[in-house]
Write a protein that binds this ligand. Structure first.
Ligand code: NAD
Ligand code: UD1
Length: 334
């Protein structure tokens, strides 16, 4: 039996391939390479000693999906394929609705037709909008502050509808907090195109001298040091949470919604200093205006994931910083 991993060449999907192959599953990757390269498949094979099957294609291609489900014995899908740049989603909302919502609809319809009804979906803490308090629990109200976030809300709702119509579905909606880090091999990691939007790749590129200075967006938040606070989670812990969810769904038919985070808030300044300490490097920074749409603090209540999945993040901030730096260094020699 195989697991279909959509978006399996991307940052999180590639780490999911590793954890699945290591756990003994066969893996079929479907990726259109709009934000990744096929080289990732070889790198996953280097890490695991065996390769996933790679199919270049789009989740919006119903005919391709139909042929995949008939050719391979797929028992479940991990669905990572999607666009994720918040700013771009504001500029080009249709592109996001078409890819993230339209693509998911096609995928779910083809799963239903093939009687493959086990799904792990990449949702996001962005569905909590601007939360009234922290830590954030799964039953907090949901809202979207941008089209990207709205696509996550819509797909969550589609999944709820599917489950209500047919309780044969086994669905995990995993709400990620801030995934960072890289595999310890330095072979796979986050590879943003152009100027990074997210903090960790920006810190790495600044430490590597690719960017002269990190702009810290806002020093006047109501937080202990005035900078924004987030729940950064190591990508290897995150994908371990996916494996735990898959194994849980194997025994329990239901619609599961859980946060994947560490439960610890870390400020931007704390992250900068942790990075410098862990890697003995220098990250020049300047404090600038707040980024529109940013919230002051966001971290997870992780009790549900602990209780239901028996999972918790174990990697430290130091691990996140060291593994990101190892990956960054390996990019330099590419
Ligand atoms: P990524 O861009 O690195 O990976 C996504 C992959 O999907 C890429 O390889 C891309 O080529 C592929 N893809 C996109 N659209 C496709 C389509 N229509 N058909 C086939 N392949 C397609 O992103 P990531 O960081 O690995 O994120 C994976 C998922 O997790 C996304 O759905 C994202 O929204 C979600 N998520 C990510 C974060 C984060 O901080 N990285 C946080 C919360 C949720
Ligand atoms: C952002 C998205 C969120 C998405 C997530 C993962 C926004 C408003 N939110 O979350 O929807 O799910 O990425 O892709 O874009 N920071 C700096 N300087 C930088 C970059 C970031 O100071 O150059 C700060 C931010 O203000 C924030 C923290 O670092 O306080 C984390 O930022 P980032 O990595 O972009 O993640 P989020 O904003 O939490």
């Amino acid at each position: 039996m195989s697991i279909l991993v959509t978006g399996g060449c991307g940052f999180i999907g590639s780490h999911a391939c590793v954890v699945l192959l290591d756990a003994g599953y066969d893996v079929v990757v479907l990726d259109n390479l709009c934000n990744s390269t096929r080289e990732v498949v070889e790198r996953v094979a280097q890490i695991c000693g065996r390769a996933p099957i790679f199919v270049e294609g789009d989740i919006r291609d119903a005919i391709l999906l139909e042929s995949l489900f008939s050719e391979y014995e797929i028992s479940a899908v991990m669905h990572f394929a999607g666009l994720k740049a918040v700013g771009e989603s504001v500029a080009q909302p249709e592109k996001y609705y078409d890819n993230n919502v339209g693509g998911s609809r096609v995928l779910f319809a083809e799963m239903q037709a093939a009687e493959v009804k086990t799904l792990v979906f990449s949702s996001s803490a962005t569905v909590y909008g601007d939360p009234a308090s922290v830590p954030i629990a799964e039953d907090f109200p949901r809202s979207a502050t941008n089209p990207y976030g709205d696509t996550k809300l819509q797909v969550e709702d589609i999944l709820e509808g599917l489950y209500q119509q047919d309780s044969g579905w086994c669905i995990a909606r995993l709400r990620y907090f801030n995934p960072v880090g890289a595999h310890t091999s330095g072979l796979i990691g986050e590879d943003p195109d152009g100027i990074p939007n997210n903090l960790m790749p920006f810190i790495s590129q600044t430490a590597a001298g690719i960017r002269p200075v990190l702009s810290i967006f806002g020093g006047d938040y109501d937080t202990p040091d005035g900078t924004g606070v987030r729940d950064y989670i190591h990508v290897v812990d995150l994908v371990a949470g996916h494996l735990a969810a898959l194994e849980y769904l194997d025994k329990n038919q239901q619609l599961l919604t859980v946060n994947l985070g560490t439960g610890q808030g870390v400020s931007v300044l704390e992250m900068v200093h942790a990075y410098e300490r862990a890697n003995q490097c220098n990250v020049p920074y300047q404090i600038v205006n707040r980024r529109p749409g940013d919230i002051a603090e966001c971290w997870a209540d992780t009790r549900l994931a602990n209780q239901i999945l028996g999972w918790q993040a174990i990697r430290t901030l130091d691990d996140m910083c060291r593994d990101t730096w190892r990956w960054q260094q390996s990019r330099k020699s590419k």
